[in-house]
Structure formats: C-alpha cells, structure tokens
Design a protein around this ligand. Structure first.
Ligand SMILES: NC(=O)c1ccc[n+]([C@@H]2O[C@H](COP(=O)([O-])OP(=O)(O)OC[C@H]3O[C@@H](n4cnc5c(N)ncnc54)[C@H](OP(=O)(O)O)[C@@H]3O)[C@@H](O)[C@H]2O)c1
Length: 239
C-alpha cells in the first residue's frame, strides 16, 4: 500500500513518514526541500521524494502523485513566520486538500482512497452538534478574523465534510484534531474522542506529535481504526 504525505518536512509530517516506513508501508512525499530530512529517511528505498512546491504543481503532476495511492495525508500547516501566517498562500491547506481530492477523483479509484487531514481541536464540528461556550465562540471568532491559518484549517475540514459523504465511493476522510501539540520522544498512551472533552481555549490538553503520527498511521494501516473514525473529526489527547 502506498501513502502520499504532504507537509512531510514538518514536525508531525516527518514523524508520520517514519512511522509508516517502520510499518513496512511504501511512502511518497512532496516537500519543498528535502535537505533537512534525516538521512535515514532519505536512504529508505520505500520512500519516494518529490521536491516541489505543492501548490505550484500542475493538475497533471498532482494526478501522477496520487495515482495508485491508497491513502493521502496532509500534515500541512502555515509556517509560524509573518509570511507564513499572513502572506500567500492564505488557503494553503484548503487549496492543497481540494486539489489533491480532485486529482484522486480523476484517477477514478476502484476502491475508496483514504484522505487524512491534520486539523485542530480549535475547529468546532458544528455539523456533529458540538457546542462551545459564548466566551470560547467569541475568542475563536477573533482568531478566525485575525489569523488566516485558523480559517484555512476550518475551511479544509468543511470541504471534506461537504464534498465526501457516504453517497460517494471515491474518497473517505478523517480530520484528526490534536489539542496543543508538544514534542515527545516516543509514543505514549493517548485517547481519541469524537468531540473535544475540554475547552481548546480555556483548558487545552496536550497531544504529542508522535502520538498524532501514530494515530494517523493506525488510520492508514488498520481497517478497524479506519472504519471507526471515517467521516469524523476525532480529537486526540495524551492520557
Ligand atoms: N501548534 C499546535 O499546538 C497545533 C495544535 C493542533 C493543530 N495544529 C495544526 O497542525 C498542523 C501541522 O502542525 P506541525 O506543527 O506539524 O506543522 P509544521 O511543523 O509547521 O509543518 C508545516 C508543514 O507545511 C509545509 N508548508 C508550509 N507552508 C507551505 C507552502 N506554502 N507550500 C508547501 N508546503 C508548505 C511545511 O513545509 P516547509 O518545511 O517547506 O516549510 C511543513 O512541511 C497545522 O495545520 C497546525 O495548524 C497545530
């Protein structure tokens, strides 16, 4: 099985690539620059690296990338610089998700392709009936207005929800929502919930990136985990 990972040079993306390779999967990645990837990754024969700026790829190039992949994972995120937060592309994640999904649709896969989006616990899943306090709603509204990356994350998840319901057979998706991301060396116990169990603004929990990578790998490789969470937005917290 081959998985395409975008955002693979990022802090979570590279952990995901390592975990998928450790599970014996074939992995393709599209990165702007491979220089900072560890040699152990670059030397792995089951990893195919394309160095290119994702949104500058033509539709045909994107179609070639997704062709034959059983899963596509986005760990994209805006870089935490002024340009990354407020410059272009403002809709990095949404545009990438939309273009990758349209490329998948054009390949007319015989079996649905899994699409996994790294999202955020700050994104309220209103379609699942999630409610937040008036204070949280106000603060998130301000964040949405002031910080384009938050609106981008919300739009990307909404696109998947609205475009790929259970009436179509080409793409199934999961939007994984970690709480505050932290670094840890190894996988620890974590739990996934259909909706947040604490306030993402006033009482945020912790989620280590390596646990996010582990959960996403489970979604890719374990059909039980996939069937449990498909078309949902699980929130994960370290235990
Ligand atoms: N921070 C938190 O507490 C938190 C909590 C929950 C969810 N999240 C979300 O989790 C996601 C990933 O987080 P992370 O910390 O693992 O991300 P990260 O380390 O910042 O990695 C971001 C990735 O996106 C790529 N990227 C950025 N701008 C790009 C562009 N214009 N074109 C192509 N690729 C581009 C980066 O590539 P380069 O290496 O080439 O720059 C990198 O691979 C983000 O969407 C974030 O909003 C964050």
């Amino acid at each position: 099985m081959t998985t395409l990972v975008v955002g693979a040079s990022g802090a979570t993306g590279r952990l995901l690539v390592e975990e998928l390779l450790a599970r014996g999967e074939q992995v393709k990645i599209i990165v702007r620059c491979a220089d900072n990837l560890p040699d152990t990754l670059k030397q792995n024969d089951r990893l195919m690296i394309t160095e290119f700026s994702l949104l500058d790829m033509t539709d045909t190039e994107l179609l070639e990338q997704v062709q034959g992949c059983s899963a596509v994972v986005s760990c994209l995120g805006h870089n935490l610089t002024l340009k990354g937060m407020f410059g272009h592309p403002r809709r990095l994640v949404t545009d990438a998700v939309q273009r990758l999904c349209s490329a998948i649709e054009k390949t007319a896969p015989a079996v649905h392709v899994k699409f996994i989006l790294m999202n955020t616990s700050g994104n309220q899943n209103t379609r699942a009936g999630e409610k937040v306090s008036a204070a949280q709603s106000f603060i998130v509204g301000l964040i949405r207005f002031l910080l384009p990356p938050h609106a981008d994350n919300e739009l990307a998840a909404e696109y998947l929800q609205l475009s790929f319901d259970d009436n179509q057979k080409l793409i199934e998706w999961v939007a994984v929502r970690p709480d505050s991301l932290i670094e840890q060396e190894s996988v620890t116990e974590y739990n996934a919930y259909a909706s947040p169990i604490r306030s993402a603004i006033f009482d945020a929990g912790k989620t280590s990136r390596i646990n996010v990578a582990h959960f996403m790998s489970e979604l890719v490789t374990n059909s039980g985990t996939w069937n449990k969470w498909k078309r949902q937005m699980p929130v994960i917290y370290n235990t």
